[in-house]
Design a binder for this molecule. Structure first.
Ligand SMILES: [Zn+2]
Length: 432
């Protein structure tokens, strides 16, 4: 039972032990069977006296979601929802220097698949909730944790399913999730930590570009060669996207105001503009393709990521008129709905900033739009403010271990993230 003094070294040892145990439960997706993890979480929370409920979206496949609730005396008030996902991506075992499912600590780092994405944050959330209870902090609204399944394969049986079927259980006033983190050297060249809080996400615009034309013997060049026209169209279209000036955006205005102009890297560039990546080219006749045959058709796959402020139809119109003269058509394969960016004048934004600065006075807290998607999009689609921040300072080298080998987190940053999350919860749900 919870006998150790809250926020003491003993509690830190205890919570770190939970994270080690949690990392030892393999939740690789696919297959994404998270039942053993949920059973372990339930045991842990029940021992602590915190009620939990399981929501099975596909119990045969092991897709289950868990909600833990620490109630206030105001059950009608909308809640603070801490969100995380149970599943992790697969490992290439031979590329790891340690066992990815052993929860090993080495030189101050805790190793394991999911340490950063996102079992570390999940255990920081759970530790903060347990501290709320152990410290008997009176609440003005319930605090919930949703441990969601299925995030790494699109969330159809995880957060999306929970939002569709059980929004009445969650009823969030605000959601805290992954999506941003602290770092040094990623945004600026100085050594001051920058905590980037994700307040919105880019939209997906996946396209197939196609050129069609006559085929023939390659010894007689054809002016209408589909492959060549596709190539010219790609050069023109990709350049057009790269030269577009992004529309003024309040998120970037705020970031600039707090940080100055961030240093230009592929990472920071991708966050402030619409981007396209050419990912697949296909043409040729036969397998393997014949070098002396001009094919009648050539296609390209282009992965477009647009800022939330970009109007997709206007973007496509511009792109199409740019490739029209090459006789290339652009078909949209998949898009994601545009979700509203969460406000910067919300009490949660202020609570996050104040809690981080209380622990790390030299830090700067900035908002950002993330290039990739998180489960926050399902809540934002319903107008619920979501803030993505794993409050740990991570180097570029550590961030690169997400979805890669030797994923690990600094143990001291884990402990600090618990203190920051507890502080955020006190400010958002504690009695003044
Ligand atoms: Zn994640």
């Amino acid at each position: 039972m919870g006998s150790s003094h809250p926020l003491s070294r003993t509690f830190e040892e205890e919570s770190l032990g939970w994270l080690q145990e949690y990392l030892r439960i393999n939740t690789v997706n696919p297959p994404g069977d998270v039942r053993p993890a949920v059973a372990w979480l339930q045991r842990r929370l029940t021992e602590e006296g915190i009620p939990t409920t399981v929501y099975a979206s596909d119990s045969q496949g092991g897709k289950v979601n868990l909600v833990a609730r620490w109630p206030s005396r105001y059950p009608e008030e909308p809640t603070v929802l801490l969100l995380n996902h149970l599943d992790v991506v697969p490992v290439e075992r031979e590329q790891w220097t340690v066992d990815p499912f052993a929860g090993l600590i080495h030189h101050g780092y805790l190793y394991g698949r999911g340490a950063l994405d996102m079992k570390g944050m999940a255990m920081a959330e759970m530790s903060a909730l347990i501290l709320l209870k152990r410290l008997n902090i009176p609440l003005t609204r319930d605090v919930l944790i949703l441990f969601a399944a299925d995030e790494e394969v699109g969330s159809a049986l995880g957060a999306q399913w929970m939002v569709t079927h059980h929004r009445d259980v969650l009823r969030p006033w605000v959601v805290l999730n992954e999506g941003g983190e602290g770092s040094i050297g990623l945004w600026t060249d100085d050594r001051r930590p920058v905590y980037a809080v994700q307040v919105g996400e880019k939209q997906v615009c996946w396209m197939q570009w196609t050129a069609e034309g006559p085929s023939g013997h390659a010894s007689l060049p054809l002016p209408d060669n589909a492959s060549e026209r596709l190539m010219y169209a790609l050069v023109a279209g990709l350049q057009w996207v790269r030269q577009r000036v992004p529309a003024p955006d309040p998120v970037w205005a705020c970031l600039h105001q707090r940080l100055g102009t961030p240093k230009s890297t592929p990472f920071t560039d991708a966050l402030q503009r619409d981007t396209v990546s050419l990912t697949a080219l296909q043409s040729g006749v036969g397998t393997p393709p014949k070098i002396n045959v001009i094919p009648g058709r050539a296609t390209a796959m282009v992965d477009g990521r647009l800022l939330p402020t970009t109007d997709r139809e206007t973007f496509l119109q511009g792109l199409r008129s740019c490739v029209q003269s090459f006789g290339v058509t652009i078909e949209v394969l998949q898009t994601s709905p545009v979700t509203p960016t969460s406000p910067l004048d919300h009490p949660a934004w202020q609570a996050i900033e104040e809690s981080i600065l209380a622990q790390v006075p030299e830090a700067r807290v900035v908002p950002m739009i993330s290039a990739g998607a998180t489960d926050s999009r399902f809540f934002r689609a319903h107008g619920i403010p979501c803030y993505g921040i794993m409050p740990m300072v991570l180097s570029e080298e550590l961030l690169a271990t997400v979805h890669s080998h030797d994923e690990r987190l600094p143990v001291e940053e884990f402990h600090r993230s618990v203190r920051i999350l507890l502080d955020i919860l006190k400010r958002l749900a504690g009695h003044p």
